[in-house]
Design a binder for this molecule. Structure first.
Ligand SMILES: Cc1ncc(COP(=O)(O)O)c(C=O)c1O
Length: 410
């Protein structure tokens, strides 16, 4: 049979075991623990000699089915589902970082990721080195033998900067550092991280995968492409587990100890979400492009920033990496913070809310909210402007969204 497309693969991923009642949907196994027939079987399960379920902080059939779907469509060797995007980022870095190590990244980071690196991890002796991800020579100059990973968002939120992943992965390969990408903004039905030599992919599944902001979640995808014998922390494990060293460390130690595994109800909702992701993504992203084009000519809007616009400086690169629709998020700038607030308060249909890729269209003023507790100096350093509004486009008709924006500008 020909290789199936994304939707068929997702919808027909086999269950781990045949269901007793031939349920079409994966049942929600709302249980903390699992009973065993005898002590020897239980010992084997606890000592990783059998793949049995023992306790739902470690693994659970409903969550594992969700992980299996993602493993199948991405071609990964390991997928771990956690209870938020931040849990995915923190679990991934605690797996590879240790005191004395450094992370090479961009100053254009989601606010909590920035805070996790520069406050939480810094207190454990991990250094964060900022560089310009659009300049591979700068990235190369920051990597040394203590670098545990190079991290970036594939389209930064909210600056919408796009780095050339092929060039970055070449740098990472030659310097022996894993390339770790947060791909939340363009999910794996469209952006194939493995083709760009991303070693570890991280997603806030609260966004597209959840099926319309139904719940929080985070995913760590391990492509098995990095040679962990080059990692100071995982080199020993690599002797035993080879390319599987990262997922082994994560699954047998870190995620168990941090206790942020996805819950079965959430996995069930996100399984439904992923089943419709292709349809929702294409609709929302096409609306985002059309809306971004139309907004350019509206009075009161100074500029529109979306890598899918032909005059955007990242247009060609974005098209190469993400196709015609680089996600359903764009920003626009107005003449002042006051103009943004006035516009924002007049919106009638578009929701004043944080989050991305809800089925409803959401608008936010990032400088006063997500980055509200940062100093103005830090906001400037991160290119967070008081004049920017961020839009996350949902499933409404483009005319209704345009009309709401036009009336709010009057
Ligand atoms: C790019 C990006 N990464 C990570 C996160 C964190 O995800 P979560 O809110 O699910 O913890 C967000 C949240 O908005 C995000 O935009």
């Amino acid at each position: 049979m020909n290789k199936q497309h994304f939707e068929a693969q997702v919808l027909h991923t086999p269950f781990i075991k045949k269901d007793a009642y031939n349920s079409l949907s994966m049942p929600v196994y709302n249980t903390a623990a699992y009973a065993f027939d005898d002590a020897a079987t239980m010992e084997d399960a606890f000592c990783e000699r059998r793949p049995d379920f023992a306790y739902s902080r470690t693994t659970n059939p409903t969550v594992q089915h969700y992980e299996d779907i993602i493993r199948g469509v991405t071609g990964a060797i390991g997928v771990t589902a956690l209870n938020s995007g931040m849990a995915a980022i923190s679990n991934a870095f605690i797996t590879i970082a240790e005191a004395g190590a450094n992370i090479v990244t961009s100053k254009h980071l989601f606010g909590n990721t920035y805070s996790f690196f520069t406050s939480t991890l810094a207190e454990f002796g991990v250094e964060t080195r900022f560089c310009d991800m659009t300049n591979p020579a700068d990235v190369e100059s920051k990597i040394d033998e203590n670098t545990c990973g190079v991290f970036l968002e594939i389209i930064t939120n909210p600056q919408l900067e796009v780095a050339d992943l092929k060039l970055l992965s070449d740098v990472c390969r030659s310097k022996g550092a894993p390339l770790i990408a947060d791909t939340t903004v363009v999910p794996f039905n469209v952006f194939h991280a493995k083709d760009f030599s991303v070693d570890i992919e991280i997603i806030s599944s609260t966004k597209y995968l959840s099926g319309g902001a139904t719940c929080l979640g985070g995913i760590i995808i391990d492509y098995g492409t990095f040679d962990w014998s080059r990692s100071k922390k995982l080199a020993k494990l690599a002797q035993k587990f080879g390319k599987g060293a990262f997922t082994n460390k994560l699954r047998t130690e870190i995620h168990r100890n941090l206790g942020a595994y996805m819950t079965p109800n959430v996995a069930y909702m996100q399984t439904l979400g992923i089943e419709t992701m292709e349809v929702r993504f294409n609709r929302a992203a096409a609306t985002a492009l059309e809306l971004a084009k139309r907004l350019k000519s509206l009075n009161g809007i100074v500029s529109v920033n979306y890598p899918g616009l032909a005059d955007n400086k990242f247009y060609e690169l974005s098209k190469k990496q993400f196709g015609d629709y680089p996600g359903a998020m764009f920003t626009f700038d107005m003449k002042s913070r006051e103009a943004c607030f006035e516009f924002y308060n007049k919106l009638k249909l578009i929701c004043r809310a944080t989050n991305l890729f809800d089925n409803k269209t959401l608008a936010i003023h990032p400088a006063s909210t997500i980055f509200g507790e940062f100093t103005e100096e830090l906001r400037k350093y991160m290119d967070i402007k008081q004049t920017t509004i961020r839009m996350s486009v949902g499933l409404e008709d483009v005319d209704d969204l345009y009309n709401d924006i036009a009336q709010a500008l009057q």
